[in-house]
Design a protein around this ligand. Structure first.
Ligand code: HEM
Length: 493
């Protein structure tokens, strides 16, 4: 009996020890603005709100802002705590001033490795510097003006031809077409590859694209599960982790096929285009450039160049043809002018209020004090969330939540855009890891939008009931149920 009691006491102490070891560890001095369960932290709240995660976190941020806080805290078991930054000063400190003290780190790396492997999005330090240096050659002004614009127009004409085949009144998913368009453009520009997903003339490309989307989603849901849960599923190869493995096999096979084909090509046929694969083959360290390395380059640039821009275009058309119909005429009036400042302003405002990449994070690599004497221990996650940060009145003024493109136009010279600090407008990240494709993405959206708005009028189809503006749980904010539209040729065209 005594032995049994001793055993029970030891068992109890062990359980208490392990619960205490793995339960969330709040950071002293940083506010938690919502109910946080003692053991599961914010996991239950995140799970409950997963269909509206960005809005839910936005409520937290606004509550913290209204209490005069510059950041707030989110807690999770089995991992370090996380603080979300709400001021330009804090964001500049993390993304620039103390760049080397904050990395993507194991928290991000572990979750995304299965999908992005060792590509530019998922690495830090020397390895990142090296990839960034070579890749940046692809984004010169010359290549943008001479090559990229041609590719955007060429695929834009295919888009228009496709829309002409859709009977008036027939509902189709415009978002899906944007995803196909941006995939075709990035593959053409970065890999010299004509995938033609827009016309579906390469059937195996469709299987690849579906697996790619599914893998993106399945990787992202790791962020709302506990570390323990998704790692256990991975170990047992069940549920979402099993599906993820299947999708990645399809994705990887497809990409290795692209690389094999490129290695067989004569390098001089592509060298002139300055495409990304050529840049790595020509300028990269020969010992580094094996097929695995090229696989990661291809996958990361598809990821970077496709989903972000397609999501931006989808939100643009939702805004212009549904939420703010007065914008359409203003854009049409500007089409034949040499200056397209209004369209540029609409695109910036779109990226402010509907940022295609809604959320980002870094991990503190050492114990550090943030401005305001906020101490955060090593391994703390530091998040910055364009979706709610851009809606804060303390950062963007009283009309922060209004869609107001004019805020981007220079009051002194209405032909010019106003520039904002990188640390106030973070849709494209900021500091040394500022998005490499920012100018390309804006040009791509602008080119296709002008071509389509000039030719067609779209209407959102709400009869399908399925449409609401709920977002997919992915790294980008695409509409969960697509963008059902009807299209007709514009009068006077
Ligand atoms: C509207 C469209 C786009 C948005 C909103 C966007 C946004 C972003 C953001 C937020 C990051 C930082 C992500 C992180 O922390 O890992 C990023 C990085 C990056 N973006 Fe974009 N992006 C867009 C389009 C593009 C395009 C078209 C390309 C071209 C291929 C591109 C290439 C990259 C690359 C290479 C990086 C990694 C930079 C680095 O880590 O050094 N992006 N982008």
């Amino acid at each position: 009996m005594t032995i049994f009691i001793i055993f029970l006491v030891i068992l109890l102490l062990c359980i208490i020890y392990f619960i205490n070891l793995f339960r969330p560890k709040p950071i002293p001095g940083v506010k938690i603005v919502d109910n946080c369960s003692w053991f599961l932290g914010h996991v239950p709240a995140f799970q409950r709100n997963q269909h509206r995660l960005h809005e839910y976190r936005c409520q937290l941020a606004m509550k913290a802002e209204s209490q005069g806080d510059t950041c707030f805290q989110e807690c999770f078991p089995f991992t370090s705590s996380s603080i979300d930054l709400l001021t330009p000063e804090l964001i500049e400190f993390v993304l620039k001033t103390k760049f080397d003290s904050f990395e993507k780190g194991p928290f991000w790396h572990d979750k995304f490795h299965v999908f992005l492997r060792d590509g530019i999005f998922n690495i830090d330090g020397q390895q990142w510097k090296q990839q960034r240096k070579i890749a940046s050659h692809m984004f010169t002004q010359r290549l943008l003006n001479e090559k990229m614009i041609q590719v955007f127009i060429e695929h834009g004409h295919r888009f228009i031809d496709l829309l002409h085949t859709i009977p008036e009144g027939e509902v189709f998913d415009l978002q899906q077409l944007f995803f196909r368009y941006t995939m075709d453009c990035i593959c053409d520009i970065a890999f010299g590859l004509n995938l033609n997903t827009l016309t579906l003339s390469v059937p195996e490309a469709q299987e690849f694209v579906d697996a790619f989307d599914q893998a993106n989603h399945l990787t992202t849901i790791r962020f709302i599960q506990t570390e323990f849960a998704w790692k256990l599923k991975r170990l047992l190869n069940v549920g979402s982790e099993k599906k993820l493995k299947v999708c990645m096999k399809i994705v990887d096979d497809f990409i290795y096929n692209i690389i094999r084909q490129r290695r067989n090509d004569d390098i001089t046929t592509h060298a002139e285009r300055g495409d990304l694969l050529t840049l790595f083959l020509v300028h990269g360290d020969k010992q580094l450039i094996n097929n695995e390395f090229l696989h990661d380059v291809v996958l990361n640039f598809m990821f970077a160049g496709r989903d972000t821009t397609a999501t931006g275009l989808s939100h643009l058309f939702y805004l212009v043809y549904h939420l703010y119909p007065n914008i359409e005429q203003k854009l049409i009036n500007e089409l034949h002018k040499t200056n397209s400042v209004y369209l540029d302003a609409v695109l910036y405002e779109l990226c402010r209020l509907h940022p295609p990449v809604p959320f980002d994070l870094k991990v503190a690599m050492e114990d550090i004090y943030l401005p305001g004497n906020i101490f955060i221990p090593k391994s703390t996650r530091v998040t910055y969330t364009p979706y709610h940060y851009h809606r804060l009145k303390s950062v963007w003024g009283q009309d922060a939540e209004d869609f107001h493109p004019e805020r981007w136009i220079d009051k002194e010279n209405e032909e010019k855009l106003k520039t904002e600090s990188q640390y106030k407008f973070i849709a494209f990240n900021a500091g040394p890891r500022l998005c490499l494709g920012k100018t390309m993405a804006l040009l791509e959206m602008k080119t296709l939008a002008s071509m389509l708005i000039n030719e067609f009028h779209f209407e959102l189809d709400e009869s399908t009931k399925k449409f609401n503006n709920q977002m997919r749980l992915q790294t980008t904010c695409a509409f969960q149920y697509g963008l059902p539209m009807t299209v007709k040729k514009r009068k006077n065209k």
